[in-house]
Every structure is written in structure tokens, then in C-alpha cells.
Design a binder for this molecule. Structure first.
Ligand code: ADP
Ligand code: MG
Length: 615
């Protein structure tokens, strides 16, 4: 195979390596390489901003745009004319926001400034509109919202997440609550322009009042009254996250009544908040009765809940975690009737979440049951048992059970009188891809993380005591070779401790108090070839990192070693002083440290200083 024309593309071209990889050998499986190529190509797509204005607030204008090939919203903030305080606030908006990651908080994907530092652009996940747009009705073309209880639960969850990150939002209002474009819909807290750090008690210092008067808690409005009389800046009393809860109570009311405020109409609102006169609260009952959506019990519940959230006195105001607990209790679903019978006489039970879908496969007493939910805001205890059951062969007790890399297959081993391996396809739940018999007792399935069809099974035993000396390699793919399921066995003289895939066709085997062995699999010839030995003893765990292409292992003897793919010598040894039982690579250190780190480590692991937070 010789791609003679490849050199016509400059080797520095961003697509060169990807194309070389895609058309290179071995031709077994391209999924992984395609994914890598998609990632690299999307990296070079610049941020584009369209003329379409999505909205405007006090601080910036938000436009539609594209970033890395995806539709996004771009908030354009003029920074050139800002005074010192405003610049600080702006910096805080970005720095605090970029750290947040929750489905009910708008995601900040990226930010940048133009070259003369006039504007800063915040690239945000695109939404369908605000809660104001939804309630007004005129301006809203997004998806329909889930049932009321779920909407309230999502808003409360997003806000609670913000508080749990030791931040106060300070501008909770319908304009700053967005509706996702995806279905099932997620409500998203947005606009971190006034966000501020809080102490562990949920309080914060303030020198100037911030917020929007109609959505300000009474303890804030009181300060505003004082503040306006006296223009000299002074230290104001500490604020509290409980003021966000007050605003959330008003937002709940606004949503349920389709756009009304519990404290009256527009201009009268601040005065009514200060005088503790939620004159519209009864309106909620009237309005919901008209809609005929809520039962009387639910009406009383919502009336009481909002009433408690907008209490004037802080000590009487319900805290957000309690609001969430109350809301969970009214969410749809019947936990006890669904989950309990499954677990009652289960005996051995194994469960594994699907890698991408909201599905949990449970292997219980000889059958596999799926628990699933359409909406990720539903607490796990309310997930539904799936109607479709798997076809079962003659299974007795399911022991290990694992999803493959992309969740298209589920493999299980049943050890009873015999050892059965079964693989089902997904989402065509029920179809058995294959079932076969192996020598008795296997307790570990190791799917190849680079290939959807290939996995290794073996018996690790209890801390090596009863472990096996063979690794069986299986493939559910019907095309690659003749003996399609069990195509190869690696037999060793010592017990096998763990097996990790380190490439599409390479395995690392850790043998009982002995070295790590690297094996190369040739699937089409159905053979495995010993490649090299990494000298070490008494290993407790080993883990592969695909980004840096390094294998790390730890030991009873208290060390961690790191080997690059091509070396027999460790590039790094770390004494940890004491037994080290397991280790894992930090998944998103790329996010915090920048992509350069991975590249540096990959290109020259020997000269790379491994930061302690990597593993
Ligand atoms: P400001 O700090 O100026 O209030 P916001 O972040 O609240 O700015 O954005 C202003 C308006 O832009 C919002 O009220 C909303 O209408 C629109 N908007 C903001 N973010 C998005 C988004 N991610 N998707 C769609 N529209 C958005
Ligand atoms: Mg706003």
C-alpha cells in the first residue's frame, strides 16, 4: 500500500496526519481514527458570528454563530470602555462560568477577544429562547416544555449547582433562564455577569448592590433604599445565597402563571416586596385551576412551596436543597413499584450504565433488565423498567457484564455448571449476537476501547489466588475472520492479574508477581505475538492513557511507574510511600492545562515533567 500522492499535501497541513492515519494500515477498524480526525478538523474551524441577534441585556448583545462547526450563541461584550470595576466583574463572569458543567447551567464553550481588545466574545451553547420568551409566547419557536414539576426541578437544580460551586448568581430572573434547543428540554441558568464567590456559609461581601429590582430579595432592596440616600460608597452588610432562592420563588410563580409576578405588576413590585405583600399569590391558584393541569393537592403544594421561598424573613425562607427535596417528591414515576421487585430475591446483581444513553443494564438472577429514562432530570429512583426484555439463552447467574466502547453491544458471562459468554446488540434490544461456551469460570470482561467488536475475557480470581492462566480473545464481528467468536487464546505459566488494551491490536498483561507483558494480536491470522516485557513486580493496577500513549502501573511496594508505548524503560517513577492499590488518569487535565501538555508528553515523554495532577 503506497499512497503516492499523499505528499502533494504539505506535511504541515492540518489534515495531513489525519488523512495518512485514515488510509494507513491496519485496515481493521476505522471508528477510532474517524473520531480523532473529526476532533482535529473541528479544531481548525474558527468562530463565526452571524448578523442574527438572539437577545440583548444590560451588558452585551447575543448573536447566533458557529464554533468548531456547531451552532452556538455568541455574547459580544464591549470591554474597551469599561472602568476598573466593570472589567473585574467581566473577568469574573468568564473565569467562574468556564468552570461550570451541569445540564441546567448554560455551558460556556470558549471565549476570546478581538485583536484590539475592544470586545470579548463568549461562545455559549445555543438555546431556543428565554423563559420570558416562552411565557410571552410571541417570540418563542422552541420545543414544548416538560411537565411543570420538572421545569421547576431543573431550575432549582441548576441554581443549586451554582451555589454548590460556592457562587451566588445575583441576577436570577426569567430573562436569564434559557430553554434548550434539544429535546427532552433542559432549562438552563444563564448570564453570569453578576456572579460572585461566597463563603462556606453562603455569604458574600458587597460594596455596591447588584441585580434587577423586580427580582431582588427584600434584604437587598432594603440596602438599595439606604444606598440611594447616601452616595458615598460604603461596606454593605454581607449578602447571602438565600436571595437567589427568593428570586427563584418569583421565577417559579412567573412560569406557572404564564408571566405574572407574585408581588404585583411592574412598578409596584419593589414596594410590595419590601412590605411583604405577595398580592398575586392567590392568582396562582386561580390560574392553575383554569389550566386544569394540576390536582388540588398539587396546587396546594405549589402554593405552599412558593410561599416559603419568598418569605421575607431569612430564617423562615426555605433553603434550596429543601425546595429540591420537595419537588422530587411530586415528580412523575413510581419508584417502589418498579425497582424493588427486581432487587427482592436477586442474589448476585451486576449493573452497568450505558456509556451514552440514559440506560442501566442490570444482570439479576439470570436475566438482564434495562432501567431507563427519557429525561435526565428524573432522579434515578424514578427510572422506568424497560418493556423490551432481552432474549435469554440458558442463563443462570450473570456475573461480569460490560458495555462495549460505543454502547452498541453488551457482553455478559454466566458462570453456573458451565461458563457461557453472551453478547447482545443495542439498541435493538433483545438480539443475541452470539452465545458460546468456554472453560469454566471467567470473571472479567475487557472490551477493546478502540474497536467495538473485540474483547478479552479471563479469570482474575480473588487477588490472584484462584485466577486463571489464559486470556481468551473474542470478536463478535462476522466479517474479519473465519472463526468469528473465540479467535485466539494467550496462555501463560503464571496467573493473570489484569489485562488492558493499549492499542487496537495490543494488550498489556500483568502476571502474578511478575512483569508486565505486551502482546500484539493479529486478528486475521488468529494469532497473538509476544512483543516485550516491562520489568516490574507486585503490581496492583495498571492503566493506559490514550492521549499521551503511556501505561502507568502501581505496586504493593509503593511506587508508580509510567512507560511510553515504545519504550521498555519507565520514563517516570514516583515513590508514594505505602501500598498503592489503584490509579487512574485524570480525564480532563487537558481542559485545565491546555492541549500543549498532551502533545509535549506524547512527543517526548522522557523529557516531560509529569505534573502530579495527571494521575
Ligand atoms: P446580559 O448580561 O446583557 O443580560 P445575557 O447573557 O443575559 O446578557 O444575554 C442577553 C439575552 O440574549 C438573553 O436574555 C437571551 O435573550 C439571549 N441569549 C443569551 N444567551 C443565549 C443563548 N445561549 N442562546 C440563545 N439566546 C441567548
Ligand atoms: Mg441577562
Amino acid at each position: 500500500m503506497d499512497p503516492v500522492n499523499l505528499k502533494k499535501l504539505d506535511s504541515n497541513h492540518f489534515a495531513f496526519e489525519c488523512i495518512k492515519d485514515l488510509i494507513g494500515k491496519p485496515p481493521t477498524d476505522g471508528t477510532q481514527r474517524l473520531r480523532k480526525a473529526a476532533d482535529q478538523f473541528s479544531d481548525v474551524l474558527p468562530l463565526k458570528i452571524n448578523e442574527i441577534e438572539l437577545g440583548r441585556g444590560g451588558f452585551g448583545t447575543v448573536y447566533a454563530g458557529t464554533y468548531e462547526g456547531n451552532n452556538v450563541a455568541v455574547k459580544k461584550i464591549p470591554i474597551a470602555l469599561m472602568n476598573h470595576h466593570e472589567t473585574e466583574d467581566q473577568k469574573r463572569e468568564v473565569e467562574e462560568h468556564i468552570r461550570l458543567d451541569h445540564e441546567n447551567v448554560i455551558k460556556l464553550l470558549h471565549f476570546e477577544e478581538d485583536k484590539d481588545v475592544k470586545y470579548r466574545y463568549l461562545v455559549l451553547e445555543l438555546c431556543a429562547g428565554t423563559l420570558t420568551d416562552y411565557c410571552d409566547g410571541n417570540n418563542y419557536n422552541g420545543p414544548e416544555l416538560p411537565p411543570n414539576g420538572i421545569v421547576l426541578y431543573q431550575i432549582a437544580s441548576g441554581l443549586h449547582y451554582i451555589h454548590s460551586k460556592k457562587l451566588v448568581h445575583r441576577d436570577v430572573k426569567p430573562d436569564n433562564i434559557l430553554v434548550s434547543i434539544t429535546t427532552p428540554v433542559q432549562m438552563k441558568l444563564s448570564d453570569f455577569g453578576l456572579v460572585k464567590k461566597v463563603s462556606s456559609r453562603g455569604t458574600f461581601s458587597q460594596s455596591k448592590l447588584k441585580g434587577t429590582v423586580n427580582w431582588m430579595a427584600p434584604e437587598m432592596l432594603e440596602l438599595l433604599d439606604d444606598d440611594s440616600r447616601d452616595s458615598t460608597p460604603k461596606e454593605l452588610p454581607h449578602g447571602t445565597i438565600q436571595s437567589d432562592t427568593f428570586a427563584a420563588g418569583c421565577v417559579f410563580f412567573y412560569f406557572l402563571t404564564g408571566g405574572k409576578h407574585p408581588f404585583g405588576n411592574n412598578v409596584t413590585v419593589p414596594a410590595n416586596i419590601l412590605q411583604n405583600k405577595p398580592g398575586n399569590l392567590m392568582e396562582l391558584v386561580r390560574q392553575l385551576k383554569q389550566q386544569n393541569m394540576q390536582s388540588d393537592d398539587e396546587l396546594v403544594f405549589l402554593y405552599n412551596l412558593i410561599g416559603k421561598m419568598i418569605q421575607k424573613e431569612l430564617k423562615e425562607r426555605m433553603a434550596l436543597p429543601d425546595v429540591i427535596k420537595k419537588l422530587v417528591a411530586i415528580l412523575p414515576g413510581k419508584f417502589k413499584e418498579v425497582v424493588m421487585p427486581i432487587l427482592e430475591d436477586a442474589g448476585y446483581c451486576v449493573s452497568r450504565f450505558h456509556p451514552t444513553d440514559r440506560v442501566l443494564a442490570c444482570g439479576v438472577a439470570g436475566k438482564v433488565i434495562y432501567l431507563s429514562t427519557a429525561d435526565s432530570s428524573i432522579l434515578f429512583s424514578y427510572w422506568k423498567e424497560d418493556e423490551i426484555l432481552l432474549q435469554h439463552g440458558k442463563i443462570k447467574e450473570i456475573q461480569p457484564m460490560e458495555w462495549n466502547m460505543d454502547g452498541t453491544q453488551l457482553a455478559a458471562i454466566c458462570n453456573s455448571d458451565e461458563c457461557d459468554v453472551i453478547v447482545w446488540s443495542y439498541p435493538f434490544i433483545g438480539e443475541i449476537l452470539f452465545q458460546m461456551n468456554l472453560p469454566k469460570w471467567m470473571d472479567t470482561i475487557e472490551w477493546n476501547p478502540f474497536r467495538p467488536n473485540v474483547f478479552a475475557i479471563f479469570n482474575r480470581g480473588l487477588s490472584f489466588q484462584f485466577g486463571g492462566k489464559k486470556v481468551f480473545l473474542l470478536s463478535s464481528s462476522p466479517v474479519v475472520h473465519q472463526r468469528k467468536f473465540h479467535f485466539c487464546t494467550i496462555a501463560r505459566e503464571k496467573t493473570i492479574g489484569s489485562v488492558k488494551w493499549i492499542a487496537e491490536n495490543r494488550l498489556a498483561l500483568n502476571l502474578k508477581n511478575s512483569d508486565i507483558e505486551i502482546w500484539e494480536i493479529d486478528e486475521s491470522a488468529a494469532t497473538a505475538k509476544f512483543v516485550k516485557r516491562l520489568g516490574c513486580e507486585w503490581i496492583t493496577d495498571m492503566v493506559w492513557d490514550e492521549r499521551t500513549k503511556c501505561l502507568a502501573a502501581c505496586s504493593w511496594e509503593g511506587w508508580i511507574k509510567i512507560w511510553p508505548m515504545d519504550s521498555e524503560q519507565p520514563v517516570h517513577t514516583l515513590e508514594v510511600g505505602g501500598i498503592c492499590c489503584s490509579l487512574t488518569w485524570l480525564k480532563n487535565f487537558e481542559k485545565t492545562k491546555g492541549k500543549g501538555m498532551d502533545d509535549a508528553a506524547r512527543q517526548s515523554p522522557a523529557h516531560f515533567i509529569w505534573p502530579s495532577e495527571c494521575i
